[in-house]
Design a protein around this ligand. Structure first.
Ligand code: NAD
Ligand code: IPM
Ligand code: MN
Length: 333
């Protein structure tokens, strides 16, 4: 099997804890993997005045994909998010964020849905005009951008004959008219069961009755906000993984940020990073190893080996060790 070359960005804050924890899991797998560490983010910005350089992009281009921690946003009005730059430069248009309840979180409800977030346009277009007394941020929604994310979401819904929920704000925003209509057309053409919902009502329904959702497709900023909110439904940001997928490249990262409030104390939950690793392995075609990692996380939760955010008393490294041992047992079986 071909060697996989992965750019590893720990980033800042708890990125420096959860990514090494996930790498200990990766290192137990019998795979031919080359890891290329890349320093970008706030730490680099403080040292050099730049959070990322063109050389970093050259390294990314030489790799198959990126495994990414989190970056603290530098306090610089001219800063352009490095994560958004990577998403746009590699055209990683589909941001896939599974929300699935785990044992031992004390959250009770059975929840299993996925947010399919458009990842390259919308409010993140980068078109902004700063005037002395006003700032204009341009929301760009294109037919092509809407079509490809709708196709992606429909493919996921088709796999398990699931309901597609198209989330928008078309009662107010003309840009959402286009998004909604394109999504409906594609769902109809592909024979997918669909409904559409205004984003405010969707937020309400998600909290009241999250079990009714299967696949949610939405625009960039709505997807960002709904994903953190949905994380709270299953026990918090420490559990939520994501994949940023394009036609030829991908980046895998926890949904959470650098969490400066808990950084450096061994409190960070590594599960979001480890489940992102599982998503990366699947994308790389290493399905058996991906399943082993995912099942090892479920087993470890069933034994209530968790960090304090989930009510447990284990450190980041202890949880990672337990998951690593569970992976070893699975691969040996
Ligand atoms: P955050 O996601 O870092 O933290 C929100 C809350 O969730 C905090 O209370 C934190 O302690 C908790 N939390 C997050 N991850 C956790 C984990 N793995 N285990 C346990 N608890 C966890 O959001 P924030 O505080 O608003 O942002 C901090 C910084 O991160 C900001 O500079 C923001 O711009 C940046 N950010 C970066 C990314 C990224 O690079 N992918 C994503 C989101 C935010
Ligand atoms: C996320 C983050 C990013 C976003 C930021 C850090 C650019 O919040 O991945 O959810 O807004 O997309
Ligand atoms: Mn976010």
């Amino acid at each position: 099997m071909r060697r996989i070359k992965i750019a590893v960005v720990e980033g800042d804050g708890i990125g420096r804890e959860v990514i090494p924890a996930a790498i200990t899991v990766l290192d137990t797998l019998p795979l031919d993997i080359e890891k290329v560490p890349v320093e970008i983010g706030y730490g680099k910005w403080k040292r050099t005045g730049k959070a990322m350089t063109d050389d970093d992009f050259d390294i990314f281009e030489s790799c198959d994909c990126i495994f990414f921690g989190a970056i603290t946003t530098p306090p610089d009005p001219d800063y352009k998010s490095v994560l958004v730059q990577i998403r746009q430069r590699f055209d990683l248009y589909a941001n896939i964020r599974p929300i699935k309840s785990l044992a031992c979180t004390g959250m009770g409800r059975e929840i299993d849905f996925v947010i399919v977030r458009e990842n390259t346009e919308g409010m993140y277009s980068g078109i902004e005009q700063v005037l002395p007394d006003a700032v204009h941020s341009t929301r760009v929604i294109t037919r092509r951008g809407s079509e490809r994310i709708a196709e992606y979401a429909c493919s996921l819904a088709f796999e398990k004959d699931e309901l597609l929920t198209i989330v928008h704000k078309a009662n107010i925003l003309k840009s959402c008219w286009l998004f909604r209509d394109v999504c409906i057309d594609i769902a109809e053409r592909r024979g997918i069961r669909w409904e559409d919902m205004l984003v405010d009502a969707a937020a309400h329904r998600l909290v009241l009755d999250p079990g009714r959702f299967d696949v949610i497709v939405t625009t960039n900023l709505f997807g960002d906000i709904l994903s953190d909110m949905s994380a709270a439904l299953i026990g918090g940001l420490g559990l939520c993984a994501s994949a940023n997928i394009g036609d030829n490249y991908a980046l895998f990262e926890p949904v959470h940020g650098s969490a400066p409030d808990i950084a450096g104390r061994g409190l960070a939950n590594p599960v979001a990073a480890i489940m992102s690793l599982a998503m990366m392995l699947r994308w790389c075609g290493r399905v058996r190893e991906s399943d082993a990692v995912q099942d090892a996380v479920y087993d470890t939760f069933a034994r209530c080996v968790t960090t304090p955010d989930i009510g447990g008393g284990c450190s980041t490294a202890e949880v990672a060790t337990a998951i690593t041992e569970a992976v070893e047992r699975k691969l040996a079986a």
